[in-house]
Design a binder for this molecule. Sequence first.
Ligand SMILES: C[S@@+](CC[C@H](N)C(=O)[O-])C[C@H]1O[C@@H](n2cnc3c(N)ncnc32)[C@H](O)[C@@H]1O
Length: 336
Amino acid sequence: MGDNDKDADALRRMASLATPMALRVAVTLGLPDRLVGNGAEAAQLAVELNVSPVALDLLLGHLTTLGIVEPTSAGYRTTEFGANLCADAGNGFTNILLHLDSAAGRAELAFVELAHSITTGQAAYPRRYGQDFWADLAGNPHLRTSFDQQMILRLQEQIPRIVTGFDWSRFTTIVDVGGGRGALLAAILTAHPRMHGHLVDLAPTDDEARHTFSARGLDARTEVTAGSFFDALPAGADAYLLSDILHDWDDEHTHRILARCVEAARPTGRVLVIEPVGRRRAITEMDLSMLVIYGGRERRIDEFRTLAAEHGLILDTVIDLTDQRCLLEFQLAANR
Ligand SMILES: C[S@@+](CC[C@H](N)C(=O)[O-])C[C@H]1O[C@@H](n2cnc3c(N)ncnc32)[C@H](O)[C@@H]1O
C-alpha cells in the first residue's frame, strides 16, 4: 500500500460511523458481558435478545474485526480486549458512557447534528431531542442518575490534586454552585476541618449531595439547597466555586451565572472557576462536545477575563491544577 492509500485508509477509518455505533449498540445489548467465558451461538443470542439473527451476526462480525469478540466452534466469545467493555471493568463504559440510554451515550448522538452547531454556534442536542440537555434530564430520572454518576467518574481521579493544588484554607465558607453530588466539596471540607460548605444544585441531585455529606460525617459543616444558579445564591460566603459549570453555557447564560455569584459574594468574596481552559488544559474533542450538547465551550483565559470584567471581577491567579483542569481565581474590584 502506498502512502496515499494508507492516508486514505486512515481517513476512511476516522470518518466511519459504523465502528462507534457498533460498540455502543454492543454495550447497550450487553454483548461483552453475555459473551464472556464460553460465549454463545449467534442464533441463540438473537432469540434471547429479541433481535434479528441476521443483523446480530453482522454486528458480531464487525465486533470480531475490531477484536472485541472472537469466533469459537460454537459461536462468539468476548476477547480479553473486549472485556474492557464489561460492566465490571470499572471504567464506566458500559453503564455510564456508551449505553445508548445513558445521559452520555444519548448526548453523544447529537454529534449527528454537528453541522447545525457549526452553522449556528448553538447546541445540537435540542435539534435532535426536541428539548435541551437539562430539560431532558429533568424529565427522565434515569438520565439524571447516569449523568450524576458520570460526573463522579470523570472527576474522582483528579479530586486529590484539586484539593492539594490550591490553598483552600484561606476560606471559612464556600458555596459550591452547581456542585452535583458533592464529591469535590466533601473532599475539600474533609481536608480543612474548620471550613463550612453550602452546595446548590437542582433537585434531585441535592438529595444525593446530602447523602454524600452524611456518609462523610460532614452534616454539621454543610448545607444543601435545591435551587437554580440563575436565581439568588446564598450570600456572604468567602468563595463561590464553579467547577465545570461555565463551559456548559453560552455567553448569555454565563453572564447570568456570574452575576448571581457576584451579587452573593459582595464585597469581599472570591469567585473560583475550575475548568478545562481552552488552549491550556482542554482537549479539542471535548470542546466540540460542549458545543454540541450544551451550546457551551472550553473558554480561553482571555475570554474568561473579558466575561468576568463585565461583573467587576478581576482575574487574580491561574493555576494548572491537573492535566485536565485549571483554577481561575477572581476577586471583586474594590469600587463595585
Ligand atoms: C458538569 S456538572 C458539574 C458538577 C460539579 N460541579 C462537579 O464538578 O462535579 C454541572 C452541574 O450543574 C448543575 N446544574 C445545571 N443547571 C443548573 C441550574 N440551573 N442550577 C443549579 N445547578 C445546575 C447540574 O445539575 C450539574 O450537577
